[in-house]
Design a protein around this ligand. Sequence first.
Ligand code: NAP
Length: 294
Amino acid sequence: MQQTRLIDGAGAAAVLRQRIAAAAALKARAGVVPTLAAVLVGDDAASAVYVRNKGKASRETGLGSVEHRLPASTGEAELLALIARLNGDDGIDGILVQLPLPPQIDPQRVIAAIDPAKDVDGFHPVNVGRLWSGGTALVPCTPWGVLMLLRDTLGNLAGAEAVVIGRSNIVGKPVAALLLQENCTVTLAHSKTRDLPEIARRSEILVAAIGKPEFVRGAWIKPGATVIDVGISRIAAVDGKSRLVGDVAFAEAQGIAGAITPVPGGVGPMTIACLLRNTLIAACRRRGIDEPAV
Ligand code: NAP
């Protein structure tokens, strides 16, 4: 039986944050404090927690952080005006608009209004285009975290057969683009994919970003494969409480996968660390100063 290694995303994220803090301290000596502006519209509790955590993580890493909280009734024009002000503010290096937005605001229009050089979420069409065409892009945070964990686990990824299940713009598609850049042979699967278990079973790398608890069964995993579980779902537990699970049936994967990320403690912690990384990188690129290798 295969010994399945746990991929320690929390540990990898802590190391990345230390590296960012060290690089940020060097830049601070030169008078540059990379600063993230987070914009929250409305009072969705989960979004408020995310924004608060991003601000806290920024400050802990020595980055600057500002928050703009707007009421749920905010109109699109008002939000676009704020983004225009942040675009023009030289003290702001990264702009993050927390999604989802209230229904009266078109998220695509908002994303397109952010200066691509400050687009630390990597969702602007210019950054998406650069990612797919091999240019210098700000890359979405969760996908970059996935790539870092795969590189840590496997080293060189060239030639590996990879399947990415889920084709969202924020996770699945950019993960596929990054793995293609690493010279993997990539299959991008989705809800209309036929014979998904069969496709999954032939892959040495399996990335699940579906949002369906424990959807990927142990029998779908190629023995020895590296499994990155992006999904996070809260399900009822036997004790009447609830617990977080991923898109992969974690217990079934034991003894089959070569390595797997846990949920929680896998991809999740990497996402915020990669946001800090993007803020640092954006600050350096905008000023034409040396980019640290973090
Ligand atoms: P999403 O926008 O809802 O996309 C889900 C994708 O899964 C879609 O492409 C969908 O296919 C596909 N899918 C749904 N049912 C399927 C099925 N039966 N078979 C195969 N594919 C199926 O979700 P997302 O934003 O990418 O997020 C995915 C999960 O990752 C969620 O649990 C989310 O909470 C989690 N997440 C975690 C982090 C983190 O930091 N750890 C960050 C972002 C997201 P179609 O396109 O055909 O509909």
